[in-house]
Design a protein around this ligand. Sequence first.
Ligand code: GLN
Length: 490
Amino acid sequence: MSLPSLTIAQAHEKLKKKEISSAELTKACIDRIEKVDKNLNAVVHRNFERALEEAKKADAKGVFEHPLAGIPYLAKDVFCETGIPTTACSNMLRKKDYIPPFDSTTTKRLKAAGAISMGKANTDEFTMGASTETSCFGVTKNPWDQTRVAGGSSGGSATAVAADECLFALGTDTGGSIRQPASFCGCVGLKVTYGRTSRYGVMSMASSLDSIGTLAKTVEDAAIILQAIAGKDPLDATTGDVPVPDYLSTLRKGVKGMTIGLPKEYFIKGMSPEVEAAVRSAAKEMEKLGAKVVDISLPHSSYAIAAYYVICPSEVSSNMARYDGIRYGHTSDKQDNLIEYYIRSRSGGFGPEVKRRIMIGTYALSAGYYDAYYRQAQKVRTLIRQDFEKAFQKVDCILAPVAPTPAFKIGAHTDDPVQMYLEDIFTAPINLAGLPGLSIPCGASKEGLPIGMQILGPQWGEETILRAGYAYEQATEWHTRKPALTSPEQ
Ligand code: GLN
């Protein structure tokens, strides 16, 4: 087995026994990136020299107590790290090559655990999108079929994990951006409860929806990473002051006695029959493992996309205001007066999707329309949250598809933003409700493309979904499939 294809748990064992060094492991990932990433385009900033130095330091210290010590990873290009370009894959920050003078809480916690940061992974511009096509660095390819998208917005992170360019990657999920690319690329994506992880130092998209999470090769690895990054942060007032359980100690408890709900609104006309069949057969597997599977209803699900695409752009329009060419961002050189200066800087820095959201959001928040759009959307959000609360009185977790289809072709939705927005139909409701969701591989299409399912839990219920995901993973083989990466240079 090649070094970059090891899981965190496997690599940790080898590091502890001194069978491999962190420098060897890191170098093997760097070599892999150099070999496959010309085509895949998952990695947008390379921090290799520093990564190797850190790895050598870890080897010299020789203590690999923490499961993440000496483990190389990539962060989505919105996580600030001291001294490393962080651009949100936007010309707004790329043109000036923004270099943060501080660390996000998450990368800081990983550093404290001894993990090795190798660089930045591609994302849709400011994480707005479902395909990584809006990145100023160009699209990330799906490692299973390079004519298809990797999903988005954490497409770079998902491709990098699936193609063994790193052992794990960080992502963000505002409306599905961890779970959907994980599903398209065949890896494990964990979106946590809103407030379980800190958003400090991660460039915001929509502050009431954003959550910081991971892309990994196995459920166990996801639990290891979560253990290191979860918990209250004084620098983010929205993090919850709730105890962080020991995820690894309950991981192997199985699903016997659990009740799992199948929501009828998540199996709809127009979705791929292959996706539906894969998720239904996963539910059967869960039954075999001892869970009770019951049909449930989340009646307001069909309003989620409409509500999300009012609330999300509203928050985007406010968060993007700081990129004005003065506080942050690209500066226009032709400046006649202040207003002209703002207009030129913002028009030149932002791409079309970001501009579209700023316009929708500003409109929805304007005095005359606030009640008609923003307030209504917030009411719908409450109804969606209540649907889940009611459901979780009866079930321990919910099983659902992640996306209506497997990975689509590059360019398929570029001319039709609404089609792209509909990609989030099964993922956005969970962000509106602030709940955790775990995306894991559960099948393959006729063409061999990965299919994922999500296991959803109640607030702070990461323990339950990891446990259910782990039980399923142990009983099936889907997570062991690897893309062939057959292009001539590979
Ligand atoms: N596709 C969704 C959007 O474009 C989700 C993005 C995300 O989760 N960052 O809003």
